[in-house]
Design a protein around this ligand. Structure first.
Ligand code: FAD
Length: 482
């Protein structure tokens, strides 16, 4: 297949870079006089990468639908194929005679191995392969410590990154894309959409797609960024950007966010930009330690005496632990596919340290339920919470769910939103309902053990058990000395 000018077409293979703006995969296509075939391959569960969780599968379907609409406005469309990426690329190149493939590299090392094979095989067949680096601030291979190793501690990593980094110039979105004479066959985008009933509340909470994230960033910049430092830890306030799922699917470029906020807010944007640094840091950790998703970074944690108790795990997943801030977080996750970062830390600490359930079970649950699920971010943060990661919270820092609730949700607004059965309790009791008198419980219409569970563990006793377990594996004996 050639285009009207008789030239072989170019394939632009889209993956987690579902955007037109600031995407180098389009840069050559935009000025090209030949046809471009935008391709998405549904290789979910077929490649080296982990199969998508349910919430992410929904996001992907909606994001692809939005992206296809944008392409159609340019006279193009998305060609969707299902199968192993290597086979699908081979087949499309054979069908269309395409001589060039352009795509954005992943930083996930399991996918990177597959990518390297694809590049080598296609180049051997004479196909020109253009790869781009566009989804992170900095290439992990280029950002090393003085001795050439990977950074294991965030602050020096951030200082180096921030010192080196300048956002590259914006790559404008293509204004027009030349269509091939005949479009190759593919799946309809509808086939990748998830329409099950359970998705309805999540679909109400979010609008995936490039247009939507641009509006979100603008609103965040105008209404929230100036207060970000003070508000970012408060789940009862709308104090963060909620850009994470859009970033996970590359609907916006991280360079574009940086440039936009720095131009508008200068140094005031720094606390926020630092969070983007954490995103890069986790990706750098995964690039250096491909087992990050399941194996503790610190080897001694492999023998941690976790319980893997299914009943406790189930109560946690359902938001029925009897600790209101924990339950609110897990219910927010279930109903919206997202949870506030402070609460992710609280529920993570509770699972691993109060319930002694392995962090991997929490990571798997988040993977399935988060719309922003991302292997490096999820695993990096779970390892941080569990105390076994490269730059981990010290294992002896066991979050107290009552004090955390009172500090970061002082009026109980967040708990009231997600645990409505406690809604009539006064603020002083909402994070510790078991201390309410029977009159207070009756006045609030709460019956512990019936309308809301008793705590499934006693936090003080659980904390001691966790510290004893950490001591048994020899974690930080020094720190435990009186
Ligand atoms: P904002 O506060 O507005 O931050 C802006 C951006 O900075 C975020 O969108 C995100 O890209 C980045 N960022 C912020 N906090 C972190 C952080 N702690 N680590 C890495 N990047 C950060 N984030 C994911 O994107 N995917 C995950 O699968 C994921 N799993 C997590 C699991 C646990 C146990 C914990 C504690 C955190 C996890 N996070 C994950 C990080 C963080 O909670 C979310 O990125 C954040 O809550 C997203 O909300 P936001 O966009 O409003 O954040």
């Amino acid at each position: 297949m050639t285009d009207r000018a008789g030239k072989p077409p170019r394939i632009v293979w889209l993956r987690r870079d579902l955007r037109l703006s600031d995407n180098p995969a389009w840069s050559a296509a935009a000025g090209d006089s030949r046809a471009t075939i935008p391709l998405f391959i549904d290789d979910d569960g077929m490649g080296a990468a982990r199969a998508l969780g349910g919430a992410s599968r929904w996001w992907r379907g909606e994001s692809l639908a939005a992206f296809d609409r944008s392409l159609r406005a340019l006279g193009s469309r998305l060609v969707i194929r299902r199968g192993a990426a290597t086979d699908m690329l081979d087949a499309l190149i054979a069908e269309t005679g395409a001589d060039t493939l352009s795509f954005t590299l992943s930083r996930d090392p399991t996918i990177a191995a597959e990518e390297a094979q694809i590049v080598a095989a296609l180049q051997a067949r004479g196909v020109t392969v253009e790869t781009h680096d566009a989804n992170y601030l900095h290439d992990p291979a280029q950002l090393r410590t003085g001795s050439g190793g990977a950074f294991k501690v965030f602050t020096p990593f951030w200082n180096r990154l921030h010192g080196l980094y300048t956002p590259p110039a914006l790559i404008p979105a293509p204004k027009k894309l030349i269509a091939p004479q005949a479009w190759p066959k593919g799946l309809a985008v509808e086939e990748l959409r998830v329409t099950d009933a359970w998705i309805a509340p999540i679909a109400k909470a979010w609008t995936p797609g490039e247009e939507s994230v641009r509006a979100r960033l603008k609103k965040f910049s105008q209404a929230t960024l100036e207060e970000y430092s003070a508000a970012r830890d408060r789940p009862d306030l709308d104090g963060t950007s909620r850009l994470s799922p859009h970033l996970a699917w590359g609907e916006i470029s991280v360079h574009a966010i940086w440039r936009y906020l720095q131009d508008k807010h200068a140094a005031k944007a720094l606390p926020f930009l630092r969070q983007l640094g954490w995103r890069d840091f986790n990706m750098h950790l995964l690039a250096d330690f491909p087992e990050l998703g399941w194996k503790p970074w610190q080897g001694k944690f492999a023998t941690f005496p976790a319980k893997d108790d299914r009943k406790l795990l189930r109560a946690w997943q359902r938001g029925r632990t009897g600790y209101p801030i924990v339950d609110a977080g897990l219910r927010q996750l279930w109903q919206t596919g997202w949870m506030h970062n402070r609460v992710r830390m609280i529920v993570g600490s509770f699972l691993v340290k109060d319930l002694l359930v392995p962090w991997q079970r929490g990571e798997e649950w988040f993977w399935d339920t988060l719309v922003d699920a991302d292997l490096s971010q999820n695993a990096g943060n779970w390892q941080w919470v569990a105390g076994c990661g490269a730059d981990a919270a010290p294992f002896f820092r066991v979050f107290n769910p009552i004090l955390q609730g009172e500090k970061f949700d002082p009026d109980g607004t967040y708990v009231r939103a997600w645990v409505p059965e406690l809604g009539r309790l006064p603020a002083k009791l909402i994070h510790r309902p078991w201390l309410a008198s029977s009159d207070e419980l009756r006045a609030a219409d709460v019956t512990l053990g019936t309308t809301y569970p008793h705590p499934i563990v006693d936090h003080a006793a659980a904390r001691n058990a966790a510290l004893a377990a950490y001591k048994r594996i020899g974690a930080g004996n020094d720190a435990l000395r009186p």
